[in-house]
Structures are given as C-alpha cells and as structure tokens.
Write a protein that binds this ligand. Structure first.
Ligand SMILES: NC(=O)c1ccc[n+]([C@@H]2O[C@H](COP(=O)([O-])OP(=O)(O)OC[C@H]3O[C@@H](n4cnc5c(N)ncnc54)[C@H](O)[C@@H]3O)[C@@H](O)[C@H]2O)c1
Ligand SMILES: O=C(O)[C@H](O)COP(=O)(O)O
Length: 613
C-alpha cells in the first residue's frame, strides 16, 4: 500500500549550512550535532498524524536507525522539567546550555534545528539571522512570547510554538498567593520577625472579603484567578476588550470598561499579554484615575506597567501596596527603588514555578517541538495557521500536487516577464467553509518562488515572502456537483499578464494555465493551456507542441531512447484530429542538450520545453 507522502516540506528547512563550525560540532547527546539534510523524524516517509509522540521508548532497532540517519539537534537555554528533556532526548540530540550571553546564543544557533527557551532568553532578529536558515522551530516553554521576535521568526520561516496551558493554574495560584500575602503584610512581617522584631501593630492588614477585585485580562490565568478570588468572598469585575461576555458571566464576573475597572476596584490584578498596545498601559494618568489606596498585583509582564509611575503612585499614596512577580527588566537592577519599597512585595518571576507546572510545560513544549520537527503543524503554533492534523492528513496528496503545479507553471514563464498575479482555483464538491486551503496556497507559493530565487518558503513564511516579492495570490473555489468525500477534484494555477516560453500553455484568456488532479494518491498534470493531458508529476517533464500527425511520438521516443533517457509516462492532448497537439513526456533523467536539440529539429514540432519538477 502506498504510504501517504510526508508533510515535512510544510516546514522544510533551507539547504543545510556547510559551515566549518557545523562540521566540527560533536554528534552525541548533550552536544551539538552536525546538520544533516533530513532528520530521521523527517525521513521516515510517513505522515505523522498523531500529535503525541509515543510514550513508549522507541525499539533498539528504531533508535539505531535514527542514530544512523542523523537526529535533529535541540538547544535548550533555560531549565526545563526532566520529563520534557527525556522526551526530547529520545528523538533528538539535546544541548542544555543555560545563561548564555547574546553572543554565545548567536554562535550556537546555526548548529541547531530547534531552540527551547523560557522567558529569560531573548530570541531577537539577530538570533534568527545568525541561525542562517537552519533553525526550524522555537519552542517557548510557557505562555508569554514577548521575548521572541515573531516577525523575524516568520520572515525566517521559523515556526514558533508555545506551551499555553500547563502553567495557567500555577500563575493563578501565585496571583492569589501575592494578593493574600500583600493584604496581610506576610513578607514584611516575616522579614521583621527574622530581624528580631515583634511588630504586631505595624503589620495590621486589610480583609479581602467583600472587596472588589478588577481582573485586567480575562484569559486563561485571569479567569482562574477570578474563580479562586470568588471563593475568598471578593466581588469580581474584569476588563478585557476581547473576552466573550458569556464566559465571564458563567463564573459570575461582569466585564466592564477600563475606566470603570480601575476607578472602582480595591485590588487590581494584571493578566494581559505584553503587546505594543499594552506596553506601559498603567502610567501616571491611569494611576491618577484609580481609587485612592488601591492595591495592585502583577503576575503578567513588568512592561505593562510604567514602573516609574508606579513608584510615584506608591509614594503619593494613590497605590497603597503592590505585589510584583514580573519586571520590565529581569532581574531588576539591584538598587531598584520599586523592589526595595516598603509597600511592595516581590518575587523573582515565580508565577509558573511549581514542580507540577514545570513538568507539564516541559512535556507540552517537547511534544510541540518534536511534532514540528516532524513536519506537523503544532496546535500551539504562534506564527502559522493552525491546521488540524486530520485536515493535513486528508490534504497531504494535494499539498504535493500544489507545489508541483507551482514549480511547473513558473518554468513556463518567459525570462524577463515578472510574475505579479497568481490565481489558484480549487474545483471541489465540498462546501467552501469545509475546505481549508491555506496549506495549499502556501505550497503553490513555494513552488513558484523557490525555483526562481534563493528564498526558501514554507507554511510559516509563504504569505510574507509572496508579499515581499509583490506577488498577489488570489484563490477561487469552483463548486461541483459531486461527492463531498473527495476534498478536491482539481487544482488550477493561472499566471496573468506574463509571457510564456511555451505558447501552448496559454489559455484562451492569455494566462499561463495548468491544472492537476490527484490520482491513486499521486499528483497528475491534466491540463496545459487548452490541452488535456495526463502525466504523473514526478521527475522531469518535456512538453512538446506539434501538428497532430502519425509518427511524432515514435520519433521523440527514439531520440530519448538513444540518449538513454527513460520515459516513464507519455500523454498526448489535441484540440482536434490533425490540428495542434501537446505531448507531455515524463522522463527520469535530464536529457542532454543534444537530445533536446534533436527533438526541436523534428519538422512538425513547433515548440518544446523541459521542466524540472
Ligand atoms: N508570572 C508568570 O510566571 C506567568 C505565568 C503565566 C502567564 N503569565 C503571563 O500572564 C499573562 C496572561 O496569560 P494567559 O495564559 O492568561 O494569556 P491569555 O492569552 O489566555 O489571556 C490574556 C487575555 O488578555 C486579554 N487582553 C489583551 N489585551 C488586553 C487589554 N488591552 N486589556 C485587557 N485585556 C487584554 C486577552 O483578550 C486575553 O483574554 C501573559 O502576559 C503571560 O505571559 C505570567
Ligand atoms: O509567560 C509565562 O509562561 C510565564 O511568564 C512563565 O515564564 P517562565 O517560563 O520564564 O517561568
């Protein structure tokens, strides 16, 4: 039975770097391995549908085969839970190198296929540039991806995945711990007693019951904080412009405006991501609009607060206390006035730091990274479309067809005529809403761009690269009356306003047009311009236009035979007997120039083109 083709090329890396540094690297677990063109995970030629990496250890034979074929290399730059590390080590060489300087990170990154970080590693544009195209996946073992330059990752075609759920409860519990500790001066009283003092009057706290808590950002952590704070008898309001009202209502929380939230709350807990629009959202003006004596908890990101403004608000009494787990700069400067302020309780970014959360996060990220290295699109992809595994499985033969059609059509363009508009048509009996074509569009783009540039294109950067090159890609669905079980009957690719080096490929409208279908799981070319053909899109292709008459097939076949070129497929399409015909010939080897010249010299052959698929 034919195996489904792998989807590795969806996330394919560019050709390997041949740098001396890469060659010199060591090949054993815990050290950097030299780059190999295809990792065993990518080479198996199987479609990996299960998102989970099998829990059982691979067989000894499997391990040996993988070792022989070369394993991907994963660099881990921050402490990761053991279970995740073990899982990574089963399928990859793992280099754990903590507390790297930016320069050390840049030096190592071109030697690895994946990088796993937490919040302390800054994965900047310079890091992606230093990777020189080898890095295929960045795994953020946690939620916040503000330390990863997503735009640079996308431009580099590097997938970024995170582990968004495993530390939610830990972060929510830490927010509650800080809320209670702050209200009862636990940290200050502890330090005082340890310093030999007994200050019962100084550390009188405030009660939580009946107080209003405003949760700023009603996402995963925010909603878990709300549930827990309700149990403490607090009244909860929340501000989140994007949260569904129903979800908030279901746990008894009112979503209110920003101004209402900050002006009515006794406690404010921050749970939004750090983005350009939330950076320093809590500034002098915001603090001035808060209820006098408000208490603030920040377990989200230091950067959402203007820390100088918070210090002023603490000093003038607008904010009576703050509990901070996160800081604009981490670690904060040793002499930070905020950290040393007597009304501020601090922890060193411990929100996710429970053993349970760290094991969960490590496993979650290891699975996502290994899946991505195998060519799967992770469910937690941050900079790529999330296409469910079953959709990918179904579309996998069409993925190959889409790329081949792209490669074919671009080689029909006459040199010098720039490609601007690409139209992709999908003939299908399926409701357009049930047909996710993003992967196919990316693969047509890859097929068109890669043969004519040094860019490498994958599902992560396809739209970006197309835009950069001024390529307008439009899609059209052609609804057929048929069984919706087959996702796609045919894919058409049209290039508008270009000259062709093979006039036979021009449609009546003057576009270069090719069409293909999947037959027995294999990509077939079924239409060139107005000519119907049927040739498997494998190896190389010769397209030949001639006047339809007996003997031409034999002449071309014998020229190729004499030159030792194996013909694997041949198909002739014609407009009418005795009129124009197109011969599509699949060949295993690239014919010598001489053979091509001899074909061109056959009197009735009007034009021909050789295409590498
Ligand atoms: N301290 C820690 O160790 C720790 C641990 C986990 C998460 N975090 C941080 O907590 C934050 C929340 O994490 P999460 O998993 O709940 O993320 P999430 O994506 O589930 O929730 C974030 C919520 O913020 C909302 N939001 C976005 N912009 C907003 C704005 N301007 N005003 C109000 N709400 C806005 C979003 O709509 C979303 O509902 C992130 O910053 C994350 O990095 C910190
Ligand atoms: O965004 C997160 O997941 C938290 O801030 C945790 O960060 P950490 O992995 O560095 O603890």
């Amino acid at each position: 039975m034919a195996l489904a083709p792998p989807l590795c090329h969806l996330l394919a890396a560019p050709p390997p770097s041949t740098s001396a540094a890469a060659d010199a690297a060591h090949d054993h677990a815990g050290a950097l391995a030299p780059h190999r063109r295809a990792s065993p995970l990518r080479r198996r030629g199987r479609l990996f549908l299960a998102c989970r990496v099998p829990a059982a250890a691979p067989s000894a034979r499997g391990v040996a085969a993988e070792a022989a074929a070369g394993r991907p290399t994963v660099l881990v730059t921050e402490k990761l839970g053991d279970a995740g590390l073990e899982l990574l080590r089963r399928f990859a060489n793992v280099d754990c190198a903590y507390e790297l300087t930016a320069e050390e990170l840049r030096a190592k990154v071109s030697l690895v296929d994946a990088l796993v970080v937490r919040s302390a590693t800054r994965v900047t544009r310079e890091v992606f540039e230093a990777a020189r195209g080898r890095l295929r996946v960045v795994g953020r073992a946690g939620v916040g991806i503000d330390n990863v330059d997503l735009q640079a990752a996308t431009e580099a075609g590097c997938l970024v995945v995170n582990a968004p759920t495993a530390n939610t409860v830990a972060a929510a519990e830490h927010a509650i711990a800080l809320l209670a500790a702050m209200a009862r001066n636990v940290a200050q009283a502890d330090a005082s007693l340890k310093a030999g003092k007994w200050q019962r009057n100084k550390y009188v706290g405030v009660s939580l019951v009946g107080k209003t808590l405003a949760i700023m950002g009603f996402g995963k952590v925010g909603s878990e904080v709300a549930r827990r704070a309700k149990g403490l008898g607090m009244d909860i309001i929340s501000h989140d412009p994007y949260a569904p009202v129903d979800r908030a209502r279901a746990i008894g929380v009112d979503l209110v405006s920003f101004d209402e939230a900050i002006s009515t709350a006794d406690f404010i807990s921050l749970h939004m991501p750090l983005t350009p629009s939330t950076a320093k959202l809590f500034d002098d003006e915001t603090f001035a609009n808060m209820k006098k004596g408000v208490r603030i908890i920040n377990v989200a990101r230091g950067g959402v607060v203007d820390e100088d403004a918070l210090l002023r608000a603490l000093d003038n009494g607008t904010v009576s206390q703050a509990a901070l787990d996160v800081f604009t700069e981490e670690p904060p400067p040793k002499d930070s006035k905020l950290v040393h302020h007597e009304h501020v309780t601090v922890t060193p970014h411990l929100g996710a730091s429970t053993s349970e959360a760290q094991e969960g996060v490590a496993l979650e990220i290891a699975e996502a990274v290994l899946g991505a290295l195998k060519g799967e699109l992770a469910a937690t992809a941050v900079n790529a479309p999330m296409v469910p595994a079953e959709v990918l499985s179904e579309l996998s033969p069409y993925v190959v067809l889409a790329e081949k059609l792209g490669r074919l059509v671009v080689q029909l363009v006459a040199g010098g005529s720039g490609i601007k508009g690409v139209k992709i048509g999908y003939s299908s009996s399926r409701d357009p809403d049930d047909l996710d074509t993003r992967v196919l569009r990316a693969m047509v783009t890859k097929g068109i761009i890669e043969p004519i540039s040094s860019a490498f294109v994958n599902i992560v950067n396809a739209d970006y690269v197309a835009k950069q090159r001024g390529l307008r890609i439009s899609e059209e669905r052609i609804l057929l009356d048929g069984s919706p079980e087959i996702p796609i009957d045919s894919i058409q690719v049209h290039l508008a306003n270009v000259e062709s080096k093979f006039a036979g490929a021009l449609s009546d409208e003057g576009d270069i047009r090719v069409e293909g279908e999947v037959k027995d799981g294999k990509p077939h070319l079924t239409l060139v311009g107005p000519f119907s053909v049927d040739v498997s899109l494998e190896g190389n292709l010769i397209l030949c236009r001639q006047v339809d008459q007996p003997g031409i097939i034999g002449k071309v076949g014998s020229i190729l035979g004499k030159m030792n070129v194996n013909v694997n497929f041949m198909s002739v399409g014609r407009t009418a007997p005795g009129k124009q015909a197109i011969m599509a010939i699949g060949v295993d080897e690239e014919p010598e120039k001489e053979a091509l010249k001899l074909i061109g010299d056959i009197p009735s052959v009007e034009e021909f083109v050789f295409i590498k698929l």
